[in-house]
Ligand binder design. Structure first.
Ligand code: FPP
Length: 254
């Protein structure tokens, strides 16, 4: 019983920043004889639920992979359905995001999105900019390699104009040019749908993140699944390349 209580207390000092690769919508739909796009609608409905649980478990930032750079190569009707879902979802959810204190943000190359989707997103980003309860970060037209390429391009421009010399470039310069510049360190990355890959997601940011894989298809990933992922995270010792003894000595100093 005591063990149970302390595990529940652990949940409260869980990860600040959680990222999710929401995989398995297509297979969820196929198993029910539905269209893939219907799986994405169900995935969106589940994201609304999981956001609530993330608030309950004290997560400060939830960064979800909604559309990757590679997803542009999917069949056009699926791409169109996903973009339309973004517009519908933004319009439907804005009042609730505002009243529930959710700050919506995006990472990725929004310039590639259809105008309607980009404008809807920019509107809700502005309307929720002062919310502080939780940050919901949608990765849209996002891939890590694309993000890092854009950062390198920006850095090269500074070097070319002699504003920065190559030997002065630090990891900090790169971090500051990534889409996630003002977000806290990534603590936990979850992938649903049974695959054990990172798929070009938050490669730089996930350098020391704990990884958690769930076999549940994203539309089925519920409160208990998130709770298990967070408890699992809390039981791991994060060492950032140090020894266990060094980490313990540091935490005793705090
Ligand atoms: C991967 O599953 C999922 C996606 C490519 C899209 C994820 C999008 C959502 C959950 C909707 C989010 C909506 C908004 C408005 C933010 P998959 O299609 O690759 O599944 P499969 O591996 O089973 O084929």
């Amino acid at each position: 019983m005591l063990g149970q209580i302390s595990r529940e207390q652990d949940l409260l000092r869980g990860p600040r920043h959680v990222a999710i690769i929401m995989d398995g919508n297509g297979r969820w739909a196929k198993a029910r004889g539905l269209k893939r796009s219907e799986g994405h609608v169900q995935g969106y409905l589940n994201l609304r639920e999981v956001l609530r649980y993330a608030v309950e478990f004290g997560v400060e930032v939830l960064t979800v992979y909604a559309f990757s750079t590679e997803n542009w190569h999917r069949p056009q009707d699926e791409v169109d359905a996903l973009m339309e879902l973004v517009v519908t979802a933004v319009h439907a959810q804005t009042p609730e995001l505002i009243s529930e204190g959710v700050r919506l943000r995006t990472i990725g190359d929004l310039s590639r999105l259809p105008d309607r989707a980009r404008e809807a997103l920019l509107g809700v980003i502005e309307q929720t900019a002062h919310n502080t309860r939780i940050n919901l970060v949608l990765a849209l037209s996002y891939s890590s390699r694309d993000e890092i390429t854009r950062a390198v391009r920006a850095l090269s421009t500074q070097v070319a104009s002699s504003a920065l010399s190559p030997e002065d470039i630090t990891e900090e310069h790169i971090s500051r040019l990534l889409d996630t510049a003002d977000l806290p360190e990534l603590d936990l990355m979850i992938r649903t749908g049974g695959e054990r890959r990172i798929s070009n997601y938050l490669l730089w940011q996930g350098a020391y993140a704990e990884l958690y894989f769930s076999d549940a298809y994203w539309p089925d990933f519920g409160r208990e699944d998130l709770r298990m992922a967070i408890l699992d995270y809390n039981e791991r010792e994060r060492r950032w390349g140090k020894t266990s003894e060094q980490v313990q000595a540091l935490s005793e100093e705090e």
